[in-house]
Each structure stands twice: as structure tokens, then as C-alpha cells.
Design a protein around this ligand. Sequence first.
Ligand SMILES: CC(C)(COP(=O)(O)OP(=O)(O)OC[C@H]1O[C@@H](n2cnc3c(N)ncnc32)[C@H](O)[C@@H]1OP(=O)(O)O)[C@@H](O)C(=O)NCCC(=O)NCCS
Length: 294
Amino acid sequence: MNGEQNTEQVFQIGSIRAKQLDLFAPLLLLAVVDAMKRGEPVTAIGIVKEGIACGALAGYIESGCFHVASLYVTPDYRRAGGAGQMLSKLEQILQKMDGIWAMDMSFTNLDPDNASMIPFLEHYGFALTDDTGYNIYTFTLEQLAGDELFEKEASRSLKIVPFAKVADDILHMTQKHAFEKGAPVPEGTLTGQEIEKELSHVVIKDGEVVAFAVFDRSCCGVLSLCSLWSEESNPIILFSLLKTVITRAKELYPPKTPIALQVINDRSLRLIEAIVSDAKKVSYTYEKALVKHD
Ligand SMILES: CC(C)(COP(=O)(O)OP(=O)(O)OC[C@H]1O[C@@H](n2cnc3c(N)ncnc32)[C@H](O)[C@@H]1OP(=O)(O)O)[C@@H](O)C(=O)NCCC(=O)NCCS
């Protein structure tokens, strides 16, 4: 490790080089490890004590901001200033770069281990940013609106079919078509292994797929509505689709099952307000301005 000794905390600290990646990989998010293996410009810092890798911080720069993508200290080494040391090291590195004005970190509270992140970031001068309602929300199946909300809008002229009963090539074509029209498409594909095929549905009108709702487990393993798209801005189509998936979800899963939905625009914000009461925000972004020393 290309590092320096901190006599007070006895952590060695330094940048994580490619050849040390295996040592620190268990302390980094998988996506970060993969990005580093691909040679992407990731800044990664690690701490070691008595030969044991006990913490890592990694992130990347975008639009003048350093995004901390991964920060972790193993439980036995916490509250000894290790994460603080990595943050100070990062600030030293960023001080030398031009055009970097802030650092931020986004995380969800779905993993209880993340609860320590908020007091830690506040301790080091980070502040919660205003998300203007765009966030990941969770709620349980039983919190979802019942049939009364959808009674008037339901339409019998549409065919609503689970992915499990749709041929893969139709789903491929649908994905391509929807993507061209600007639909939010899940990380994988509509035919990916991770898709909940019994719960995800397409709407067919006059033989064409005109809308879909896709569920996977992309948000911390929780059942997640990861994509909702309708070609026409026709509320009947959307509400018929939602009625079907909500009814099906209630058949497939117990009432206390948690569901996650990411709000990415005003439309999805209105949607969540309409279909669920008391949804909880689970994602936080904390930010700190970088004060440049001359
Ligand atoms: C958050 C985390 C990185 C902090 O690491 P750390 O090395 O213990 O942090 P530090 O010792 O530098 O803490 C500095 C200060 O932050 C605050 N702090 C840190 N952890 C805290 C906690 N659990 N509760 C309250 N305050 C806390 C304290 O003010 C602390 O100073 P103090 O110990 O003198 O009171 C660590 O707890 C962790 O890895 N948590 C899990 C995060 C995770 O799940 N990451 C994966 C997704 S990216």
C-alpha cells in the first residue's frame, strides 16, 4: 500500500492500487470493484491495521462533484476515526484538482448497517440535500389503494398479460420500442432473470404492446416497481395496468410485503401520491462543499 502511518489511530492509509484490489474487494460495493477492474477512473482509498484491510472508500467525479459510491469500515474497527481519516485523505486529493466543488454520498436506509452513515456524515459537515420529492419510496402491499380507486377507470377492452405468458422476442421488441420512446428501462432487460415474471405485466391493445409495469428486486432485494411505461398518455391504460398488478401482487405475496418505487419525475411522484398513503422515503443524499485552500 502506498500509504502513510497515522501514529494516533494506527491505521495505515493510502490509495488502493489495482494489485491490492483483491484485498479490499470485500469492503467495496461490487459495482465499484467491477468498475475498477474495467479500468474506469475510480478514486479508492483504504485503511489497514496490523496487516488487515479494515476500511475502504471509493467514488468518482462527475459534473464537478465527487460522488462517494462506497464507504465501509468493518465493525471491529469502527469509532476509531478510520472513515474520518479516509475522508480527510480524499479531501487532500480533491484539493489538488481543478473544478471540484463538492462531495456527496447517496444511500438507502433499507440496510440497517447504513444507519451509522447519517451521524458520521453530519459529524464531518455533510448536510442532507433537498430531493424535491424524487426519491425511492417503500410501502407495504396493504398500504396500496384498493379497488375503489380504480373502479371507474378499469377497461375491459385491453388485454393485460403477465410477462410469464409473453414470448421473449415480443418482450425484446417492446423493450427496444419503449427505449426509443424514452421509457425508463430496468438495468437488465425485460427478459432478464431478475424480473418477477408473474407480477410484471404488459398491456396489449389492438395486438400491440402499449404499456408495461416491471418488477424486480433491484432496490436492496425488496420487490421493486423498476419501470412503468405507457405509450399513450391515456390514464385508462395506466390505471387498468396498475389495478391488475396490484391485484396480482396481493394474490402472490402477504400483505406486509415491502415494495419499493423510485420516483424520477413529477409523473411518478403524482402516481405514488395517488396509489399509496404514507410511503416512506428511503434514499438520502448528503453533500459537503469543498472549500479550496490556496
Ligand atoms: C459510517 C462508517 C463508515 C463510519 O466509520 P468509522 O470509522 O466508525 O467512523 P469514524 O470513527 O471516523 O467516526 C467519526 C464520527 O462519526 C460519528 N459516528 C460514526 N459512527 C457513528 C454511529 N454508529 N453512531 C453515532 N455516531 C457515529 C461520531 O461522531 C464519530 O466520532 P466519535 O467516535 O468520536 O463519537 C461505518 O460505521 C460503516 O462502515 N457503516 C456501514 C456503512 C455501510 O453499510 N456501507 C455500505 C454501503 S456504501
